[in-house]
Design a protein around this ligand. Structure first.
Ligand code: SAH
Length: 356
């Protein structure tokens, strides 16, 4: 992964960013977002009702269980054997715990590899997944055997560049600093050449986002999957781009906040351009399926039956289990905005939940 700036240099993050901007001028949105998120994740556990946001695996064990079932199914139909479980940005490790439990029942006990930059979250993961091995970069992932890769709400945390249509062409959006306030400004460099032709005539003020870090990560992983066998499930809120749209947002205490305020104290995210990520994966020789909507995918994998079985086993939790199922699948909740992209080796079967 792109290594975030070290947090050990002197001064709080806003002061350091202000100093960098004073010295060299406004910085690209991507640089601001990378520094803000590195600090944010390095200094807290953001999940849960007391934190800033709740993710699907923290809503219900059903989510990780169905991810595990989909991986075990693909693995079994590809012939089984030794395999590696790889998770990007595993948070508290909840998804991995639920997925590995289901995989074990299917006879699959993969080695566990986690990609995580935050020392706070690494410590939380170590408590629950003592068998895991942590990696600082994707390059050190094992080169032998199929990789079963999961990324839930990982790609949305990677920095995006924002390119803005100005009156006379496309320019990088940068972050300036006025006294203690950070604010977006339009940079001087003309970037028309990197805007897809279909979008180039968009109205002034339009924004196109690109995530070089996300594309680079996808390329490495897709190349590995194509060469070693395996499959990857990338789950996130996003769209089938490239497209016009400013999706940079800050999430704080379960609400939206100004992304340029209080860098490092809020989770900065951008919607994931699944179309571009899928094209990058195919360019590396992998096969892609989707993206499909999370709600339909979970339903195809059997979330309704799983909810019924869970409710039967925990009679006092029936309403809570049904509410979680609805939250994960309903179009107005997480069912449609969240999407699932599968990246598989050419000789692997179409994963469960995707049309053949
Ligand atoms: N997948 C978890 C957590 C999602 S939050 C869940 O669904 O609950 C994003 C996760 O990605 C956190 O664990 C965060 O620390 C990690 N992360 C963010 N940027 C990263 C980077 N550049 N490299 C590795 N991990 C990163």
């Amino acid at each position: 992964m792109a290594s975030p700036p070290s947090d050990s240099t002197d001064g709080a993050l806003p002061e350091r960013l202000a100093r960098a901007i004073a010295l060299a001028g406004p910085i690209p949105v991507s640089q601001f977002m990378a520094a803000a998120n590195a600090h944010y994740y390095a200094t807290r556990d953001p999940f849960g009702s007391a934190g800033d946001f709740v993710t699907a695996p923290e809503i219900s064990q059903m989510f990780g269980e169905l991810v595990g079932a989909a991986l075990a199914d693909g693995w079994a139909r590809a012939g089984g054997g030794a395999a590696h479980y790889v998770e990007l940005g595993p948070g508290r490790g909840t998804l991995a715990i639920d997925a590995l439990r289901v995989m074990a029942r299917a006879g699959l006990s993969p080695a566990v590899h986690l990609i995580e930059t935050s020392p706070v979250l690494r410590a939380a993961q170590r408590e629950r997944l003592p068998q895991a091995e942590w990696h600082n970069t994707l390059d050190s992932l094992p080169a032998d055997g199929p990789l079963l890769i999961v990324a839930n709400e990982f790609f949305d945390a990677l920095p995006v560049r924002q390119i803005v249509r100005a009156a006379d062409g496309w320019r990088e959006r940068r972050v300036a600093c006025q006294d203690v306030l950070f604010l977006p400004v339009v940079g001087g460099d003309t970037l028309d050449a990197i805007i897809p032709e279909t979008l180039r005539d968009a109205a002034p003020g339009s924004v196109v986002e690109t995530s070089p870090a996300a594309v680079a990560a996808m390329r490495v992983l897709a190349r590995r999957v194509a060469a070693q066998g395996g499959m990857m499930l990338a789950i996130d809120y996003g769209y089938d781009g490239p497209a016009v749209g400013d999706t940079l947002q800050a999430v704080h205490a379960h609400g939206y906040a100004n992304p340029f305020e209080a860098p490092g104290e809020r989770d900065l995210t951008a919607h994931v351009d699944f179309g571009t990520l899928a094209a990058a994966a195919r360019a590396e020789g992998a096969v892609t399926h989707g993206p499909v909507a999370q709600g339909g995918w979970l339903t195809a994998l059997g979330i309704e039956a799983r909810a019924r079985a869970l409710a039967a086993a925990h009679r006092d939790r029936g309403a809570e289990i049904e509410a979680a199922r609805v939250r994960l699948t309903a179009p107005r909740q997480m069912g449609t905005l969240f999407k699932v992209l599968a990246v598989v080796a050419p000789h692997w079967p179409v994963p469960a939940g995707f049309a053949a």
